[in-house]
Design a binder for this molecule. Structure first.
Ligand code: EPZ
Length: 430
């Protein structure tokens, strides 16, 4: 199994190109199931999760070509991929595939809306929490789906071949359920109103895609989304937005090690709350035409309290990285996680590097230390793993991060991007 070896202590200086967002690319790819035309996506990152979803979609009959050629392993920061779901050959998403990546459960929306039926495995729990799918099921039922759960599968059918528009108020904000209901409602009969919908930039990116495919959607990016169903959707060409979590991760790395880095292609409006917090810690953040410039020279890291919450608040997907930064702050900070019930696995691993963190329910109290010391560490999810990389960059001596496959799910060319800015970081195979 690959490992990442880091020798900490260097400041970061240079340019890091920001990739397309994983969490925007995945729902856009799934939207290809809604049409028999070709959906072309630009700026698709080369990540394990994207490759896995290509396999899952392939199982339903979706054909794809990368930059015009069918080439699986093509490297590149930005890929253009054509998806064609002309012939859906299977409306079943099997357990073996869905259990590997939760977002693959989302195929239930487009399959049901276009084909009138879907059989999708329940994804099960995952490292960061129980993550139920009750809101997806309740919402689809409100749109007229008949659902049955049998042998670990959700079996969904429409009554007369088509979903029916309706009003659904999410009892809790859910990114995935908003994606799914927006896709499903696009092909439903009549109007759907989704209230207390997620407002994440990835929702807006999906809405832009659906509108380019001919859907009638208003209000994406606000809490109320209105969708007038249409009979069929066409192909389109859509660009994946830059990854706000990758942007925030590298910004936190620079805030921690010190230095001066241009995050090329990053969009400040996608992560304003996190950038505001970074400014409070003492980092200088300057939006430019090229992207976001992040600097910290000399001054210490000020402790800042954060609470994760749905967009536009501080994202849960940056909580672990921010905790990494706070381990070296000049004082105490409190980090409260409100989205997932078990998203503190990095705490014990950061402690291996010398961090002082105590947990009190859903709050971590971080008592900043003046230095961290390298050690072998591992983590059980993507964002926790990258928080260890950030801490390793600032720690004295050598840190080895095991279970690199977590990082490969969501960070494109991590070692290359960081070593290009002066970090000593390499992948050790085997
Ligand atoms: C998306 O997950 C992201 N994944 C997550 O990123 C991110 O952490 C999360 O949104 C929150 O921002 C993708 O976009 C692929 P939710 P999602 O439904 O949609 C509960 C990463 O590291 N809930 O908004 O699965 C749920 O358990 C990943 O890239 C229900 O109770 O998240 C959670 O507590 C990790 N019932 C809360 O809602 C449901 O039916 C928010 O989850 C659905 C969700």
């Amino acid at each position: 199994m690959d490992r990442i070896r880091i020798v900490g202590g260097n400041v970061l200086a240079g340019t890091i190109p920001i990739s397309g967002a994983k969490n925007a690319a995945l729902p856009l790819m799934i939207a290809s199931l809604l049409t028999d035309d070709t959906l072309t996506l630009e700026n698709v990152p080369h990540l394990a999760d994207v490759e896995q979803l290509i396999r899952i979609l392939g199982n339903h009959g979706v054909d794809y070509s990368v930059n015009g050629r069918r080439e699986k392993q093509q490297e590149g920061y930005s890929r253009t991929i054509n998806f064609s779901a002309r012939n859906i050959v299977d409306t079943t998403a099997p357990y073996e595939l869905v259990s590997k990546m939760r977002a693959s459960f989302w195929v239930i929306g487009p399959l049901l809306a276009r084909m009138g039926e879907a059989k999708v495995s329940l994804p099960g729990g995952c490292a960061i929490g129980t993550r139920p799918v009750d809101l997806f099921l309740e919402g689809l039922q409100v749109l007229g789906a008949e659902l049955d759960v049998d042998n670990g599968y959700v079996i969904a059918k429409t009554r007369n071949g088509r979903l029916i528009g309706n009003r659904y108020v999410f009892p809790k904000v859910s990114v995935g359920a908003t994606h799914v209901l927006m896709m499903a409602a696009s092909l439903a009969k009549g109007e759907t109103v989704l209230e207390n919908a997620a407002r994440e930039p990835e929702i807006v990116n999906l809405a832009e895609c659906l509108v380019a495919m001919g859907a009638k959607i208003h209000g994406a990016g606000t809490g109320t989304i209105t969708i007038q169903g249409v009979e069929a959707l066409s192909g389109a060409r859509v660009r994946v937005i830059p990854d706000r979590i990758e942007t925030g991760t590298y910004a936190m790395a620079v805030a921690m090690t010190g230095g001066d880095v241009m995050l090329a292609g990053a969009r400040p409006d996608l992560l304003q709350s996190a950038l505001d917090v970074l400014v409070e810690t003492g980092a200088e953040i300057t939006p430019t035409n090229e992207g976001i410039r992040v600097k910290r020279n000399g001054a210490g890291i000020a402790p800042v309290d954060v609470t994760t919450a749905p967009f536009p608040a501080f994202p849960t997907d940056l909580q672990a990285q921010f905790m990494g930064l706070m381990t070296m702050a000049s004082g105490k900070s409190r980090i409260t996680e409100t989205i997932f019930e078990n998203r503190f696995m990095h705490v014990q691993e950061l402690a291996r590097l010398g961090a002082h963190i105590t947990l009190s329910g859903q709050t971590a109290i971080v008592d900043g230390v003046s230095k961290l010391k390298g050690a072998p560490v591992m983590a059980t999810d993507l964002r926790a793993s990258v928080s260890l990389v950030i801490a390793g960059l600032a720690a004295e001596g050598e840190t080895t991060v095991n279970r690199v496959y977590h990082l490969d799910r969501g960070f494109e060319r991590l070692e290359e991007k960081l070593s290009g800015c002066g970090a000593v970081i390499e992948r050790i195979s085997g």
